[in-house]
Write a new protein. Sequence first.
Length: 208
Amino acid sequence: MNFALTTADIKAGLDMLAASDKDVAKAIDLVGYPSERINQQGFNTVLRVIVGQQLSVKAAATIWGRVQALAGETAGPEHYAEISDDELRSAGLSRQKVNYVRSLCTTVSNGTLDFDALVHLPDEKAVKAITAVKGLGVWSAHMYLMFSLGRQDIMPVGDLAVRVGIGRIIGMEERPTEKQCDEIGMRWRPHRSVMALLAWHYYSNAPF
């Protein structure tokens, strides 16, 4: 599958939606188009998601740097097998996150999570494969599908900023629930990923 969330894809998708949805058109007029975000595919991208969970951007970057210093920037699961739990904890990982790292290494090494195969799986099956790793939930899977695989029809309703942004774009007084956001998002299929990007962009840049 081709990566379908480049800058050109985002603009084309949003323009298509804006042609028939005045809320989308108004949002674009106010904040402009969101930028593309492209992450590498594979083990290290998912590992970084685990390292950064429930941390500020700055703290996550610091700890990720320490982890990479232990194993190397392009290290695979086999390299982490040579690093002790104590070393990982000294780098800043909690005991729980160390367990998550071990789970990721195991599922990749035994083929349960096959990054090459993910490219060809439909969205639902790809989410199921990623969430088979302890510590990786649906939100993490959605982030990988959007930013590493470039899937065009993902609505990450588990992301608070997306829900707030969507609610503001369509003029809701209250932040929509995950269920409500999922239902609202159906009107933008099969371009929900670009709407999620617009929601993040709107959340960060629209004046209130």
